[in-house]
Design a protein around this ligand. Structure first.
Ligand SMILES: [Zn+2]
Ligand SMILES: [Zn+2]
Length: 354
C-alpha cells in the first residue's frame, strides 16, 4: 500500500509499505478520507520528535473515515464493508480514567503493552491506504454521511467535548475565540445545542469566513479591544460560555473577562508549552468563573455522526480542498500557508467516493 511516511524530523515521502494485519479486537480499514489537523504540521516538522512521533519511520494522520475490509479475532459488531469514522485516542480500558469514560486521559498513555493507542501521534496513523484500529476507536457511519464529512467527525468532536464540559445555556450567548476549523464548527454546535447568539473573535479572512458561515456578530481584535466589545454586545453583562479555540497568548485572560458572573470557559485551543497567562485570581473566585481544560473528543463521535446524518450539523462547506495522497506536500502547503481560502483539507488515499 501507499503511505505518507515520516522518515526523520521534517522529512517525509509517499512510500510503498506492507499492509498491516489486524490483531484481536482490531479491524483493517481502507482509509477513504483523512483531514489535515492543526496538530499535524508540527508533528511532520519534527518539532515534537521523540514524543509525537516517538520513533521513525512513522505514519501520521488521525482525523479519518473509511471502510472495514478485514476483521481480527474476537471482533463482533463490525464486518467488511462497514462505513466507519475513527478516533485518535484508545485508552487501556482499565485505569481509573478509562473506567470513567475519560480515555483521552488514560493513565497508561504511551504504554502500548496496556492496549493504549494514540493513532497518528504515537501509534501508526491514517495517511495511508490502510491501517488497523481497535474496535474501540471506530464508530459506525451511515451512507448518508459521506467519507469526506466523516473525516471531520474528529474536529467536530473537539468542539462538542468542550461544550459537554461547560454545557450550553439554552437561549444564551456564546463567544468563540479563534475562527479556525474548530472555531467555525463550534459556532454551529453552539447553535445546534440551543445558543441563541454566537459572537466570534478573530481577525482577517478567517473572521470574514465566520461571518459568512453562521456567526451572529464578529469582533476583530486588531481593531477593537475584544473584552469591551463583547461586553458592549451583551449590555455589559458578558456571555454565558466562551470557547477558546486559538491557543494564542492573552486569550485565556480575555475569555475569563468575557463571561458573565457564574459563566463558563472551555479551553480547546492548544497553546505552545511556553505560553503563560496572567489571570485575575480574585475576580475568578468572586464571580465563580468555571474553567475547563478540554482535550480531544471522548464519547462524542456517535452523537456527531447521528447529528450529521440528520442534517443538524453541516460541515460539507468547510471542506474547501481535497487531494490524493501523492499530492500531500501541496495539500500541507495549502493548509499551513492558509492559501486559497482554505479551511479544511481532506486527503483521499484511495480516491474520491463514487
Ligand atoms: Zn486533530
Ligand atoms: Zn486507561
Amino acid at each position: 500500500m501507499k503511505a505518507l511516511v515520516l522518515t526523520s524530523p521534517g522529512a517525509f515521502e509517499v512510500q510503498e509499505v506492507a499492509v498491516p494485519k489486524p490483531g484481536p479486537h482490531e479491524v483493517l480499514c481502507r482509509i477513504r478520507g483523512v483531514a489535515i489537523c492543526g496538530s499535524d504540521p508540527e508533528i511532520i516538522r519534527g518539532g515534537l520528535a521523540g514524543i509525537w512521533p516517538p520513533f521513525y519511520p512513522f505514519i501520521p494522520g488521525h482525523e479519518w473515515s473509511g471502510e472495514v475490509v478485514e476483521v481480527g479475532d474476537g471482533v463482533l459488531g463490525y464486518k467488511p464493508g462497514d462505513r466507519v469514522a475513527g478516533e485518535a485516542h484508545k485508552g487501556c480500558g482499565y485505569c481509573r480514567n478509562c473506567l470513567q469514560g475519560r480515555y483521552n486521559l488514560c493513565e497508561n498513555y504511551g504504554t502500548a503493552a496496556t492496549g493504549h493507542r494514540h493513532y497518528g501521534f504515537i501509534s501508526q496513523g491514517a495517511y495511508a491506504q490502510y491501517n488497523v484500529y481497535s474496535i474501540r476507536a471506530i464508530n459506525h457511519m451511515p451512507a448518508s454521511v459521506s467519507f469526506r464529512e466523516g473525516a471531520l467527525v474528529d474536529t467536530a468532536g473537539v468542539t462538542l467535548h468542550g461544550m459537554e464540559l461547560t454545557g450550553i445555556t439554552p437561549g444564551g450567548t456564546v463567544v468563540v475565540i479563534g475562527p479556525g476549523p474548530i472555531g467555525l464548527i463550534a459556532v454551529r454546535f453552539a447553535k445546534a445545542l440551543g445558543a441563541a447568539r454566537v459572537i466570534v473573535v478573530g481577525r482577517g479572512a478567517r473572521l470574514d469566513a465566520a461571518a459568512a458561515k453562521g456567526a451572529d456578530a464578529v469582533v476583530n481584535f486588531e481593531k477593537v479591544e475584544p473584552v469591551q466589545a463583547v461586553r458592549d454586545l451583551t449590555g455589559g453583562l458578558g456571555v454565558d460560555e466562551v470557547f477558546e479555540c486559538s491557543g494564542a497568548p492573552g486569550t485565556f485572560a480575555q475569555a475569563v473577562r468575557m463571561v458573565r458572573k457564574g459563566g463558563k470557559v472551555s479551553l480547546l485551543g492548544v497553546p505552545p508549552d511556553t505560553v503563560r497567562e496572567e489571570l485575575p485570581f480574585k475576580y475568578i473566585v468572586h464571580n465563580e468563573i468555571a474553567i475547563f481544560g478540554s482535550r480531544a473528543n471522548p464519547n462524542v463521535s456517535r452523537k456527531i455522526i447521528e447529528m450529521m446524518g440528520a442534517g443538524l450539523i453541516k460541515v460539507k462547506d468547510l471542506i474547501t480542498h481535497t487531494f490524493p495522497l501523492e499530492e500531500f506536500a501541496t495539500a500541507l502547503d495549502t493548509f499551513v500557508g492558509r492559501k486559497d481560502g482554505v479551511i479544511k483539507v481532506v486527503i483521499e488515499p484511495n480516491g474520491p467516493e463514487a
